[in-house]
Write a protein that binds this ligand. Structure first.
Ligand code: NDP
Ligand code: PHD
Length: 371
């Protein structure tokens, strides 16, 4: 049972509030049991204007009343001084310096951008998988110059990484290390932001290239699924799954779907003989997250929902299940080259972006990391 924050909700800001991910943050935070929207930030183009006047609103529901007339600020910490937490949906070209400035101003920053994912002291947290990585935050604060009392950065993963790392975590929990993994993605156009890909490039078409995406999937997975090692002097580092090397090969494609990344995954287990498809299905069904157990209100009840129908999951039918906060798998079957193959579908703007950051912040608050 989650605690009740009514009457003392935590004031939060959203950086990049006008963007694709920023709009998701606004929808989810406008009626949140722990957090209350207090400040919005975007570029100089938008600053100084009312939110509803500048945003190219693309959500199905109307702009929440609470932000319609809120004046957008430049992304400078002094405009967010009453907030304890900021969520960042900033363009990666500017996210690095801005997020660092907010951390230095002693705010807790929950970011979707790629800039700090490879930082050795910043956790890369998919909240349905590796909340244990919060333990590195104290080191991040101690090693900062000057040392920090409250400020930190937590990142979430690339949206395609998020989709397939959740079932992988379920499999490793049940059957031990995975040795190798092949993934082919079919990624929605909302993943490229707004206005994103020109309609003449994507309609009636598949684009077999997304810049930097394959490298991110192959690297981020190791940081997320690996543990944290502690040296004799107490210094912590991410072990990158090095005790049991995991080989990953990703191929990424853009397809004319609005929301929901679909991925075909094949895995080979270290354990011989490998589990059967039925054992794999049961392991997916049994997998639950610490975030859900802790009472994070945005964490899904079904972390991995297993479809038995032969033609599911599908993005159009399944992306809103549990508000897009879990992942859906189906077609679990034997692979004649590796061991097991399946399809996973994850909502790229929900668990692939804003929802992950929000669950991360809920968990941090419940664990006492947010002061
Ligand atoms: N879309 C997705 O599925 C996912 C996206 N991400 C990541 O999340 C981040 C946001 O993505 P997305 O919402 O798609 O991007 P958008 O392009 O839709 O939005 C970008 C936001 O950044 C703001 N911005 C741009 N330049 C500046 C600046 N100089 N100073 C301050 N703010 C600025 C924009 O404000 P303005 O309107 O004023 O220009 C806008 O609010 C990116 O880092 C992306 O890689 C991560 C996972 C999934
Ligand atoms: N590249 C992803 C979305 C994204 O922005 O990823 P990242 O946060 O890793 O830059 C997509 O196009 O679907």
């Amino acid at each position: 049972m989650a605690p009740n924050f009514e009457g003392k909700k935590v004031k939060v800001g959203v950086l990049g509030a006008t963007g694709t991910v920023g709009q998701r943050f606004i929808v989810l935070l406008s009626e949140h049991p722990f957090f209350v929207l207090h400040a919005l930030g975007a570029s100089q183009r938008s600053a100084g204007k009312a939110y509803s006047k500048v945003v190219a609103w693309k959500q199905v529901r109307a702009i929440p009343h609470v932000v319609r007339d809120m004046v957008i600020q430049e992304c400078k910490p002094e405009h967010f001084s009453e907030c304890s937490v900021v969520f960042s949906g900033l363009d990666a070209d500017v996210a690095g310096n801005i997020e660092a400035a907010f951390r230095e101003a002693e705010l807790a920053v929950f970011s979707n951008a790629k800039n700090f994912r490879r930082d050795p002291h910043v956790p890369l947290i998919v909240p349905l998988v590796n909340t244990s990585h919060y333990s590195i935050i104290q080191q991040q604060q101690q090693l900062h110059s000057p040392p920090l009392k409250k400020g930190f950065i937590v990142t979430n993963a690339n949206c395609s990484t998020t989709g397939f790392v959740v079932p992988l975590a379920a499999l490793e929990k049940a059957f031990g290390p995975i040795e190798s993994c092949m993934i082919t993605t079919m990624q929605a156009i909302s993943g490229a932001g707004y206005p994103g890909i020109p309609s003449l490039d994507i309609l009636d078409n598949v684009v077999p290239y997304i810049s930097g995406e394959e490298e991110k999937m192959e690297w981020e997975t190791l940081k997320i699924l690996g543990g944290i090692s502690t040296e004799d002097d107490g210094k912590k580092s991410f072990d990158m799954h090095s005790k049991q090397p995991l080989r990953i090969s990703a191929s990424c494609n853009r397809v004319p779907v609005l929301e929901g990344h679909t991925e075909c995954v094949s895995v080979r287990f270290a354990k011989r003989p490998p589990p059967s498809p039925q054992q794999v299905r049961e392991a997916f069904q049994a997998y639950t997250s610490d975030a859900y157990a802790m009472g994070c209100p945005s964490a899904p009840r079904h972390t991995v929902y297993v479809h038995e129908e032969p033609d599911r999951p599908q993005p159009r039918l399944d992306r809103d299940f549990q508000l897009g906060a879990g992942v859906c798998v189906g077609r679990v079957r034997e692979c004649r080259v590796l061991d097991i193959k399946f399809v996973v579908m994850a909502n790229n703007v929900a668990i692939g972006a804003a929802t992950s950051s929000i669950i991360n912040a809920e968990f941090a608050l419940l664990k006492g990391y947010v002061a």
